[in-house]
Design a protein around this ligand. Structure first.
Ligand SMILES: Cc1ncc(COP(=O)(O)O)c(C=O)c1O
Length: 452
């Protein structure tokens, strides 16, 4: 067969040189994930397919919990549903002993449906419908209030149930990391948080039980947690003295980073992201410094991405290869930003499913959406990939399988590699029915009038 004519071009050799996106580090190939051949996974579930590892989720959780509990006697962990609320993922973590941390009535219902009792749920978030607060209080959930209007709402909820309920408050503070996450909770420094407690303690239907904060996500600076612990403990002391109560829990939220490569960082995550133990040290050591043994409250962490991100991959397939007008090599793959919300923040690690010879060059990886914004990887250093090559993108476990959207293409299957290396489908691929199910067409719109 005659070969297709390809216009010649001249390209500067840039092998090994940094470009404006930083050092490209995705050299290498991988034929299996956790001992299961990539081809076996795509044969069974198609492409694209998200893959999660039960073993890594458990290992990451155990590493974090055992280190935290070895340093602080009343260490607790609650699974941040929004990070990944697939039932199977939550079930693994509930089996490990984590309670559920939810931020909406939908997540609350999802946890309850899965079998989590109300008193094993922490209910956070800036918007909680009244009926959901009624249910949460009735079922014994730990409800952390975000603002004064919500205190009034919780009071109304408690009043409708005819008794006094314990609640927590969410607080925010300057931890030395900017921009500060100031949107959520009551400000400590200007006295707002203290006033919120005053308001709660004067209520016939509420009493303060705990203090919660979440200082940000993908935090790179452990010292921020030291500051948070110091300020929250100071607030706790002031409250306990003023109102003669004992605060029974403190909650320092999530925010520990995963080994993902943030855009704009030049060094690989192995260098730029500190180990999770340094963050736990910051929390636990500061607690031990600040507290007396008789006053140790229960202390929660709601670590999300640091547990699940590195337990996830996306297998996707090259569907077409072309060159842009400036000569840049580009690939079109079968997974786009509709599935990969986090592509806005990260330069994913890209591996290919086979060894390919040829000159490496910086390439751009586009998704399948007919949208200019559908760029999955802006710059990957890759050998010439033939159509049909599978790419394995990682880490993928955090926030993609919750923030993905129903846009242009169906959401694919999610598979879990179990600890015994069997592979289970934990979410089937979507079908047209999943999308049109909630829709309806008014009768007068049912007849079409196409022109000849
Ligand atoms: C209240 C709360 N807790 C926990 C988390 C989990 O955070 P991460 O995944 O960064 O650990 C979040 C996420 O933003 C959150 O808002």
């Amino acid at each position: 067969m005659k070969k297709e004519y390809v216009k010649p071009y001249i390209k500067k050799q840039t092998a090994g040189v940094m470009n404006k996106f930083g050092v490209t580090y995705n050299k290498g190939h991988r034929e299996e994930i956790e001992g299961v051949p990539v081809a076996q996974i795509t044969d069974k579930f198609g492409s694209p397919v998200f893959v999660l590892s039960e073993k890594i989720i458990r290992e990451r959780y155990r590493t974090i919990y055992s280190y935290f509990s070895s340093k602080y006697p009343k260490a607790k962990m609650s699974w941040s549903y929004k990070t990944n609320y697939l039932d199977a993922v939550c079930s693994v973590l509930h089996q490990e002993g984590e309670t559920a941390e939810v931020v909406s009535d939908f997540e609350y219902q999802k946890a309850r449906r899965l079998g989590v009792p109300g008193n094993k749920i922490i209910y956070n978030g800036p918007y909680k419908p009244l009926e959901s607060i009624v249910t949460a209080l009735k079922e014994g959930a730990m409800v952390n209030l975000d603002n004064f209007d919500e205190i009034i709402k919780a009071e109304e909820a408690a009043k409708s149930l005819g008794k006094k309920f314990p609640v927590g408050i969410r607080v925010t503070m300057d931890t030395g990391v900017y921009p500060q996450w100031s949107r959520f909770g009551f400000v400590i420094e200007n006295g707002n948080a203290f006033n919120a407690v005053k308001r709660i303690q004067h209520s016939d239907y509420l009493r303060l039980e705990g203090i919660h904060c979440h200082i940000g996500t993908f935090m790179l600076e452990p010292n921020a947690y030291k500051e948070a612990v110091k300020k929250v403990v100071q607030l706790m002391r002031k409250i306990e003295k003023e109102f003669e109560i004992s605060v029974s829990y403190l909650d320092f939220g999530g925010g520990f980073p995963s080994r993902n490569k943030l855009k704009g960082t030049y060094l690989p995550p192995e260098v730029s992201v500190q180990p999770v133990e340094n963050f736990i040290d910051a929390v636990a050591d500061t607690l031990m410094e600040e507290l007396e043994p008789k006053e140790y409250p229960e202390v929660y962490l709601e670590t999300g991405r640091a547990i699940v991100d590195e337990a996830g991959w996306l297998i996707t397939t090259v569907d077409a290869v072309k060159r842009l007008p400036d000569g840049t090599k580009s690939y079109i793959i079968d997974a786009g930003v509709n599935l990969l919300y986090t592509s806005a923040w990260y330069n994913y690690h890209v591996e290919i499913d086979r060894e390919i010879r040829g000159a490496y060059e910086n390439s751009i990886i586009y998704g399948p959406l007919c949208m200019n914004i559908d760029v999955v990887v802006e710059s990957a250093f890759l050998p010439p990939l033939p159509k049909g090559t599978r790419l394995i993108l990682s880490p993928m476990g955090a926030y993609n399988m919750t923030q993905w959207m129903q846009f242009i293409r169906y959401r694919p299957a999610v598979a879990m590699i179990m600890t015994d290396r069997s592979v289970e489908q934990i979410r089937r691929p979507e079908t047209l029915q999943d999308i049109v199910g909630p829709e309806s067409v008014p009768a007068k719109l049912k007849k079409f009038n196409f022109k000849e």
